[in-house]
Design a protein around this ligand. Structure first.
Ligand SMILES: NC(=O)c1ccc[n+]([C@@H]2O[C@H](COP(=O)([O-])OP(=O)(O)OC[C@H]3O[C@@H](n4cnc5c(N)ncnc54)[C@H](OP(=O)(O)O)[C@@H]3O)[C@@H](O)[C@H]2O)c1
Length: 256
């Protein structure tokens, strides 16, 4: 078990949804926070609420698509708050894939944010973590990265890439005393999922997601996947042969 109290935590995607809820939950648990996203106004509002409840917060706007900006933000966090103990690479978005209107630029753009943004964030902290032989990296992927789902060609591919990358990175970073957790949420009610036009199974609210992520971080779990029932359904579905998996998914999709 680790305590999040007094840990310097750099959180990306902190301006809304899961990231915003995480900022409040981490603040409640006594973390020292650096909050990044592009929307400075939203970060200022969150910071002001957190500061009122006694948390120490740095607003550090950043576009994770820009590697130089991301590295400069990591430096700013270190100079202002001290060594970054934990980074949470959470920034990301979702688009539906409509292969009938195939647009590779759109798909690559999503990959650039969901996978490239995660890489930029991690690259910005890893050299310092290796040098001091310690640190903790938390990458937010998704259960959509487990196995192919309809309309999720672009999103699922970006999250599968993130999961694969983090699982591989973990082998190397363990030798440098650095821990890696992968967060794989199911459906969480946020501005991202508010756009969905279907009934989302096992939907939970962002505060519950944030509490589960923080509990998992305190245990440095390899994978923080939730909600639990949905996680097991998705895990078991990974084991099904295609001739069983495909008709089940097609019939669920058609009934949604
Ligand atoms: N909600 C779910 O059901 C669900 C399920 C599985 C995984 N996830 C993952 O959880 C993460 C958070 O999702 P959410 O549901 O909380 O979505 P959200 O409410 O749309 O929040 C996305 C966050 O990412 C930030 N962001 C987007 N582009 C950015 C960029 N170029 N640079 C820096 N920050 C950027 C946004 O801030 P700005 O616009 O201010 O930059 C915002 O803070 C994502 O990685 C998502 O894929 C969500």
């Amino acid at each position: 078990m680790i305590s999040l109290k007094d840990k310097v935590i750099w959180l990306t995607g902190a301006s809304s949804g899961i990231g915003e809820a995480l900022a409040f939950e981490l603040g409640r648990r006594g973390a020292i926070l650096a909050l990044s996203a592009r929307n400075r106004e939203a970060l200022e509002r969150i910071s002001s609420d957190l500061t009122k409840s006694g948390a120490r917060v740095l607003v550090a706007p950043c576009d994770v698509l820009d590697i130089e900006q991301t590295k400069a933000t990591a430096n700013l966090v270190t100079k202002t708050l001290g060594t970054i103990d934990i980074v949470i690479a959470n920034a990301g978005t979702h688009i539906f894939s409509v292969p009938e209107k195939f647009d590779s630029a759109e798909y690559l753009g999503l990959m650039q944010l969901n996978y490239g943004g995660l890489l930029h964030t991690i690259e910005s902290v890893v050299p310092a973590m290796i040098a001091r032989r310690g640190g903790y990296i938390v990458g937010v992927a998704s259960m959509a990265g487990y196995r192919a789902l309809p309309r999720a060609a672009a999103y699922g591919a970006s999250k599968a890439a993130a999961i694969h990358f983090l699982e591989s990175l973990r082998f190397h970073l363990a030798e440098h005393g650095i821990a890696v957790s992968i967060v794989n949420p199911g459906f969480v009610k946020t501005p991202l999922t508010d756009k969905n036009d279907f009934r989302m199974p096992f939907l939970i609210d962002a505060r519950e997601a944030a509490a589960t992520i923080c509990d998992g971080m305190e245990r440095q779990k390899l994978e923080i996947a939730f909600p639990s029932v949905f996680k097991w359904i998705m895990k078991i579905s990974q084991l099904l042969p295609d001739f069983i998996y495909r008709p089940i998914v097609r019939s669920i999709w058609k009934s949604m």
